[in-house]
Design a protein around this ligand. Sequence first.
Ligand SMILES: [Fe+2]
Ligand SMILES: [Fe+2]
Length: 258
Amino acid sequence: MKVALLGDTHGNADHIAHALDVFESLGLKTIIQVGDLGVWPGHVAGKMWNKVDESLAARGMSMFVAPGNHEDYDRIARLKVRDDGWLRFRDHILLAPRGHRTLLGGRSIVWLGGAASLDRTWRNHAHKMGYGAGKSWWAGEALTDADVEQTAAGGHAEIMVAHNAPDGVPTIEVSITGNPHEFLQEDIAYAEADRRRFTEAFHAVKPRLLLHGHYHVPVDETVDFGPFATHVFGLACDDEPKSMGVLDLDTLATAFIE
Ligand SMILES: [Fe+2]
Ligand SMILES: [Fe+2]
């Protein structure tokens, strides 16, 4: 069984429509999305997601999401929890609560969305000064100790679907070294503390495969974490190259869609 992989979409309707066309052409019906989906407040975003949902339904597709940091967590907190534990965003777009466990194609999967925004202060400043596009930062983005404990309590899973990635992935470490976007030190400390929590949960799960987004750089490497090794597959964002991929659940092989 093969499934589609989709990087951060940030509510980019044109890109999402294009991705659905690509996945349909490849015969892929199930989409795993790794967060920063674009759960924005307001009716414009709501109408956009209604259209995406209609398009998914027409193609017989479903999208399963580990939410990111740039999402309206007030809205997520109000979503109906289905009997199977998924949060219903739309009929064909389901969001995973943190630590959610599923089986897909015979593979055990744990879902751990969320991350801390490195631009938290800028987003809040713009919002409070009235020159931002409205609220765009939510405290619910960050992992809590309870999230970590719940995820760790479930033990090993073959696949982890997350927005963030743990400390110690060489491609990611290179991409953030030297603070190229000049984030504020207090926000870097906030993000590092959140990533330590994520890393703790990750080490408890010891997945064979990690699927993630957030860093907006493609990652495709097997990392030795000491007691275990994990193939880390990170997707780029929006319409950047390597923002889409395929996972073969029979073999756990991953490939970018070029
Ligand atoms: Fe993100
Ligand atoms: Fe993102």
